[in-house]
Ligand binder design. Structure first.
Ligand SMILES: [Zn+2]
Length: 246
């Protein structure tokens, strides 16, 4: 791989990694899995959210795996209760009424045992935008990755093709002078006039219509005495029986 191409690939990789990182930092906080808690017998379990602003939203989703009922409510600093209910599970959103600390609370006054709880409580800040904005950002990032990746890939492939053509051209230029030594190059270089090299030219192709050699039969072979062919292209006699020039 060439240096320029490698550099481009490296910067592409950097962009993709950065974008992936951004997506992760945005997705992971919103994809928090349920947590577990215990509401002790005749006691309370509290989740505190400090310094919320009016308009922030507390999202809650909880249930008791064993089906016990709990008292559930949301409380402000002044001890005012909201969303109060006695249930074994509940989900919803609550818009905070004032600035300050807010508490999500469960109480266990009716059970004579500790109650297990699975909950997912999160806060959406009114300043940071809501979930739909996050999804919008995600779509923009994903589209950007696709576009950048597509453009990068296009250039890399284009570059690679050009370089390959150039390499092939160079290669064919380099190998042409040595073609006499390489039988596989023979077909391509046939049209070229033979050089004055000491090495015997490759045998003529028999019955080939594209061949430029003209043949005369006559002169007997000094080795086997059979008639040889005169190959005009090389100005020599060729014995098909001995398979060599004489
Ligand atoms: Zn012969």
């Amino acid at each position: 791989m060439r240096g320029k191409e490698f550099k481009r690939l490296k910067s592409m990789l950097g962009v993709v990694l950065l974008a992936t990182f951004l997506v992760c930092t945005m997705v992971i906080p919103t994809a928090v899995t349920a947590e577990r808690g215990t509401v002790p017998e005749l006691s309370e379990f509290t989740i505190t959210h400090e310094d919320l602003s009016e308009g922030d939203v507390i999202n809650y989703d909880w249930y008791t795996p064993n089906g016990e009922e709990l008292w559930f409510w949301i409380e402000d600093e002044g001890g005012n209760d909201y969303e109060y209910k006695v249930v074994s599970g509940s989900s919803g959103s609550f818009e905070v009424k004032s600035n300050g600390d807010w508490y999500v609370k469960w109480s266990n006054p009716e059970n004579t045992n500790d109650v297990e709880l699975e909950y997912d409580v999160s806060v959406e800040s009114s300043q940071d935008g809501d979930t739909s904005d996050v999804i919008g950002d995600l779509i923009i990032i994903v589209v950007a990755i696709c576009v950048i990746g597509g453009i990068g890939l296009y250039y890399i492939i284009n570059d690679y093709k050009k370089q390959k053509e150039l390499d092939e051209l160079k290669e064919s230029q380099q190998t042409q002078p040595q073609s006499q030594q390489q039988p596989q190059q023979y077909q391509q270089t046939q049209q070229q006039s033979p050089t004055q090299s000491q090495q015997p030219p490759p045998p003529p192709v028999q019955g080939s219509s594209t061949q430029q050699t003209q043949q005369q039969e006559g002169k007997p072979c000094p080795d086997c005495d059979r008639p040889m062919r005169f190959v005009q292209q090389y100005d020599r006699w060729y014995c098909d029986n001995c398979e060599k020039y004489q």
